[in-house]
Ligand binder design. Structure first.
Ligand SMILES: [Zn+2]
Length: 273
């Protein structure tokens, strides 16, 4: 499932293709959206915004296309009318004179006006977006200590988009490792130093993943492993997807557990209880 950094990378790519360019053609697969297609043609895209794992394409009108990729949605930006070979179903296409932005498989697509956007249930639920550059470590730390959240187990909390928008399963394991926190704790069980480390890791791990297209491991370790010829899958993460492999820091075998219904990886030494 794409997480915040992947959605933001897709948004950057779509922005390069669409922003400040008049739209020449729009396709919607869903009948309920088809009436909007004509209304959007000739409009200029002014911005591509992301909020957690949701994306909002802003048109001058003002009209907004909200989309959420859920598990299977996938964006492609291609030369005009050049469609990828895929078994996925095309759900939306936005074309300009030279390029096409194509959304496959996603089922959550809505066209909204300004008022509808302002009260959109998912967008209003995401109060803090981890890729929002205005968000500070202090603000994230305060959120961990907020009464609404501080008695909930960290692995559950870190997947809750209401707590922090944009985090998902690989980021959850990686943040807990970088902060050196035992996964089953609740914020209320943590020392203030651990809360600070968690807040710092939330922002730094997510930002690094965005900048490096998904690499959350220590970049010096990554460099070393690359030179030794390791494939990306083996140097990409500290602990995620590395069950039984040696921790890069201490050599202990990484443990995999199922928490909140999703797999979680940690180092029992670096993240001792
Ligand atoms: Zn370790």
């Amino acid at each position: 499932m794409p997480e915040g950094p992947e959605i933001r990378q897709a948004a950057d790519e779509i922005a390069k293709a669409l922003v400040d360019r008049p739209v020449t053609e729009v396709f919607f697969a869903f009948d309920r959206l088809k009436p909007f297609a004509e209304e959007l043609v000739g409009q200029t895209v002014t911005a591509i915004r992301t909020r957690g794992k949701a994306m909002v394409i802003c048109f001058e009108k003002p009209l907004y296309i909200y989309s959420h990729n859920q598990l299977y949605g996938r964006w492609y930006v291609r030369k005009l009318h050049s469609y990828p070979t895929t078994n996925r179903q095309l759900r939306m296409a936005i074309h300009t004179a030279k390029q096409s932005a194509l959304l496959y498989s996603a089922s959550e697509i809505q066209v909204l006006n300004e008022q509808e956007l302002a009260v959109h249930p998912f967008l209003s639920r995401v109060e803090m977006d981890v890729l929002d550059q205005a968000v500070t470590i202090e603000q994230v730390a305060a959120r961990f200590l907020d009464k609404r959240f501080f008695r909930r187990q960290l692995p559950i909390l870190l997947l809750d988009q209401h707590f922090l928008g944009g985090l998902g399963n690989y980021l959850r394991s990686e943040i807990l490792f970088v902060a050196r926190v035992y996964p089953a704790l609740r914020p209320v069980d943590c020392t203030i130093e651990q809360i600070d480390s968690l807040a710092q890791a939330v922002l730094s791990v997510t930002l690094q993943s965005y900048k490096t297209k998904g690499i959350t491991n220590d970049l010096q370790i990554v460099d070393r492993l690359k030179k030794l010829g390791y494939p990306r899958s083996q140097y990409r993460h500290h602990v995620f997807n590395r069950e039984g492999k040696e921790c890069f820091v201490c050599g202990t075998a990484i443990i995999k557990e199922i928490l909140a219904g999703r797999r979680l990886y940690y180092c029992p030494t670096c993240q001792a209880r």
